[in-house]
Design a protein around this ligand. Sequence first.
Ligand SMILES: NC(=O)c1ccc[n+]([C@@H]2O[C@H](COP(=O)([O-])OP(=O)(O)OC[C@H]3O[C@@H](n4cnc5c(N)ncnc54)[C@H](OP(=O)(O)O)[C@@H]3O)[C@@H](O)[C@H]2O)c1
Length: 321
Amino acid sequence: MNKSDKIYIAGHRGMVGSAIIRVLKDQGFENIITRTHSELDLTIQQQVQEFFSQEKPDQVYLAAAKVGGIFANDMYPADFIYENLMIEANIIHSAFKSGVKKLLFLGSSCIYPKLADQPMSEDALLSGYLEPTNEPYAVAKIAGIKLCESYNRQYGESHGIDYRSVMPTNLYGPGDNYHPENSHVIPALIRRFHEAKINKEERVIVWGSGKPKREFLYVDDMASASVHVMKLEKATYKKNTSEMCSHINVGMGEDLSIGELARLIKKVIGFDGKIEFDSSKPDGSPRKLIDSSRLNNLGWNSKFNLETGLQKTYSEFKKVN
Ligand SMILES: NC(=O)c1ccc[n+]([C@@H]2O[C@H](COP(=O)([O-])OP(=O)(O)OC[C@H]3O[C@@H](n4cnc5c(N)ncnc54)[C@H](OP(=O)(O)O)[C@@H]3O)[C@@H](O)[C@H]2O)c1
């Protein structure tokens, strides 16, 4: 990768897009271009085409998406599938048309079947039924991987394009969404424990039994993994993936129960009360851990342990709340 390459970050105001910018700038990449949602609506094909034909970036990080937790996915399935399909199709096609050679598509571990063997390796994709609550979102993310693969297969040789995909586990960190209904588990728990501490409440109620196990990755690790994957030699990437299973998992490599997570967040926040689990609320899958050995074998490992990541996240949260 050339330090003077013009790099477009789609979704630069988001949690992941902003972290990718931090990592790229740290590594000396200065020619970064961005557009806010109001300047460029990525669901509108004409706007995206015009942007790419004017700007002609060398590389693209596709970190723009409609993202949300179970509640939002359940309430707005049409928005989740439509907006994500449009964003991906518009960006990937316009990037190709304007001569972009390198692109990184960011997916999610929800692309894997609900009952996939644990830890879930890349080849579990399309081997079974998806979790119904976020199936529309997952289908759009699978389409994004298949778009990259199809453009590589059809135009890789003739046009020298190299479009890659990474599938992160659950992410958290500065810039996360703390909305009471639309947030993921870590920001939701940070908000609840923080408010309970401020209001001197006796207990915090956590949804579900606390037994399901999940994996979490600090967003700066995700950003460093994204840049690492983009920097891999084409031959190395090809050797470690296959034409129709070209994505790479990005995880921490270990999981913990929601109960353990809640106790850790309680400690980081300094809440003195009790934790109660509301088992009448659904638990979801018993375990969701991805197999990151493909990426580890390519020389990347996570840097932040969960407690350090949560401390950094909470100190950012306090600055804006
Ligand atoms: N967060 C996680 O736990 C997690 C886990 C796995 C994978 N990922 C993936 O990582 C990527 C980034 O996620 P994130 O957590 O950074 O999400 P985020 O914080 O919600 O950021 C998404 C960004 O996309 C922008 N965007 C959405 N729709 C747009 C549109 N139509 N036109 C222009 N911009 C638009 C948003 O702008 P506005 O806010 O202005 O709309 C926002 O800046 C996504 O592909 C997601 O699937 C995230």
